[in-house]
Design a protein around this ligand. Structure first.
Ligand code: ZN
Length: 298
């Protein structure tokens, strides 16, 4: 029997990870490619997959977990195309243009949907029907997976841009989002923290008052996820979430804001089992892309 191999791409803001993997997830070859323009990245991707495929065998499917905004609707003629990204050269770029030459099916998802799928399958979301994976890092985004399927509407969700209550007395910062100012990303993502206080929360020594403030904004997103999707578990990752004490503050703030309204076995007192860190760490991205490729294999 010919082995069916998966071509996987984790497309991030600073780097691409490309991998050739077995269906069981074993990575046979891997390469890191800096995120420059598509004119530079795409030929490097093609060269990697060509060489890896020559060495290990034909590629049966591709899974791509990418930064966005990107069209992830398989029914759309522009499926796999970057839309309004401010990243130079990427608006209008399309993964099919580089991967089409291999003649294999291609699944394109957002990076957070890929990570949510990987965590659901083999990480902190195991055993859940619905799991929400949120990253609080350079940006803020959420992927929601239900029974192994990433959810979307006419486009992927944009949880990072929900408005949050903003006490200007307590936090005079206007916000970092070029569209909304003080949305959750504008108030709680890494660039907002550095713009506001000059350093990351960890580098500031994890001061309790600032952690409480940031946790409050993120809790607003957590509460919204509970109310809109009723996930069995919320996973919060990304660089900002590595701040000591932040996840504990997020659990307290979320429980306080839910105010006892939603009662379910999933919502344990203190939310220690409900709001958790990712189990796959930095490998969630490429594992998510492999999982997407596995789905494309059928
Ligand atoms: Zn915004």
């Amino acid at each position: 029997m010919v082995e069916r191999l998966i071509g996987a791409i984790e497309a991030g803001g600073t780097k691409f990870i490309a991998a050739l993997a077995r269906e069981d997830g074993t990575i046979l070859a891997q390469e890191r490619i800096p995120t420059q323009t598509p004119a530079e990245c795409f030929p490097a991707l093609a060269a990697f997959f060509r060489t890896a495929s020559d060495a290990f065998g034909p590629i049966g499917a591709f899974g791509v977990a990418s930064f966005g905004p990107i069209n992830i609707d398989p029914a759309s003629p522009t499926y796999g195309t970057f839309t309004t990204t401010p990243k130079p050269g990427w608006a209008g770029a399309r993964f099919q243009d580089v991967l089409g030459q291999f003649g294999a099916p291609i699944v394109v998802e957002t990076d957070v949907n890929g990570a949510a799928l990987a965590e659901w399958q083999s990480g902190a979301g195991q055993g859940c029907t619905t799991v929400a994976y949120t990253t609080i890092g350079t940006g803020v985004g959420t992927g929601i997976v239900r029974a192994g399927k990433p959810l979307m509407g006419f486009s992927h969700y944009e949880s990072g841009h929900i408005p949050v209550p903003h006490d200007h007395q307590r936090d005079p910062y206007a916000g970092h989002c070029p569209f909304h100012g003080d949305c959750v990303e504008g108030m709680a993502a890494g660039p907002a923290i550095i713009d506001r206080w000059g350093k990351s929360l960890s580098d500031l020594g994890s001061p309790a008052d600032k952690i409480e403030l940031v946790a409050g904004y993120i809790a607003q997103l957590a509460v919204s996820l509970v109310l809109l999707h009723m996930p069995d578990r919320l996973i919060f990752g990304g660089g900002v979430m590595k701040t000591p004490g932040l996840i504990a503050a997020l659990r307290r703030a979320t429980e306080q804001r839910l105010a006892g309204y939603v009662r379910a076995a999933q919502l344990d007192p203190g939310l220690e089992r409900y709001i958790v860190s990712p189990a796959l760490g930095d490998s969630a991205g490429i594992n998510g892309a492999i999982a997407l490729g596995r789905q494309a294999l059928g």
